[in-house]
Design a binder for this molecule. Structure first.
Ligand code: NAD
Length: 257
């Protein structure tokens, strides 16, 4: 399959799963609009090395005006977005009664509302071309819950719902919308939870990783960004054109229990 001539916008692509997906789409020839915080230069260089056009916009995905500016920048540089990967996300872990209100608001804004904004702004161009792919990075927490993750679980269940509505509204077009629901993936977002566990239970890093995995993920192995990226590439293929509105878990058996 070639995605040559297509443009993919991957939010939160400076790290982790988003970077893995951006690399895999670039390897298929897609031009990439990157976004995210932190060490971005190395990530941009990695994608450029694959020989595609790359641009970057530093929109804060909690701010609708910045999201609009990013979508405009993508349109000016590439004409529009053919493949939208809503991936940026954050986590905070606390009981509901202790959950900081500002963390709740930030998680709902970044993990859920941002996908509404990018989707509403990307759809007109996709519909006009009668081709598009919207891939929402949800989570197993879009399908089942865990204690102390109220905002994250609410946002991820919400994005699975948004995925289904988007799929229905585009059902008779060449635009598809689906969600990917990973189990544990060892990225900076999860390393923070490993560190918290190590500290709380007096474990070393390896023992804390094992404890985290064994609690939920029967395979006792992390899912990798490359495996998730391969699924995203498949969702962009013609073979996947009738996959619409699914919440596809890749989770080492987590949700089978
Ligand atoms: P990560 O922390 O490695 O990457 C998150 C990315 O989002 C980074 O590029 C970061 O800069 C960006 N980001 C954070 N806040 C942002 C903001 N306000 N505006 C713009 N960019 C912002 O995390 P990850 O594990 O790769 O997570 C990616 C997605 O996958 C998230 O939606 C996460 O919920 C989901 N997910 C992760 C796991 C896992 O185990 N790691 C499991 C299921 C789902």
């Amino acid at each position: 399959m070639s995605l040559k001539g297509k443009t993919a916008l991957v939010t939160g692509s400076t790290s982790g799963i988003g970077l893995g997906i951006a690399k895999a789409l670039a390897a298929q020839g897609a031009n990439i609009m990157m976004n995210g915080f932190g060490e971005k230069d190395a990530a941009i260089a990695e994608i450029k090395a694959l020989g595609v056009e790359v641009d970057y916009h530093g929109a804060d995905m909690s701010r609708p005006a910045e999201i609009e500016a990013m979508m405009q920048a993508a349109q000016q540089r590439f004409g529009g977005v053919d493949i939208l990967v809503n991936n940026a996300g954050i986590q905070h872990v606390a009981n509901i009664e202790d959950f900081p209100v500002d963390r709740w608001d930030a998680i709902i804004a970044i993990n859920l509302s941002s996908a509404f904004h990018t989707t509403r702004l990307a759809l007109p161009y996709m519909k006009q071309n009668n081709w598009g792919r919207i891939i929402n990075l949800a989570s197993v927490h879009g399908l089942v819950a865990s204690a102390q993750k109220s905002a994250y679980v609410a946002a991820k269940h919400g994005i699975v719902g948004l995925t289904k509505v988007t799929a229905l509204e585009t059902a008779q077009t060449g635009v598809t919308c689906n969600a990917i629901c990973p189990g544990w993936v060892l990225t900076p977002l999860v390393q923070k939870q490993v560190d918290a566990r190590a500290q709380k239970e007096g474990l070393n890093n390896d023992a804390a990783k094992k404890a985290l995995l064994l609690e939920k993920q029967p395979s006792a192995e992390f899912v990798t960004p490359d495996q998730l990226a391969a699924l995203a590439v498949f969702m962009c293929s013609d073979a996947a054109s009738q996959i619409r509105g699914v919440a596809w878990n890749m989770d080492g058996g987590w949700v089978a229990q």
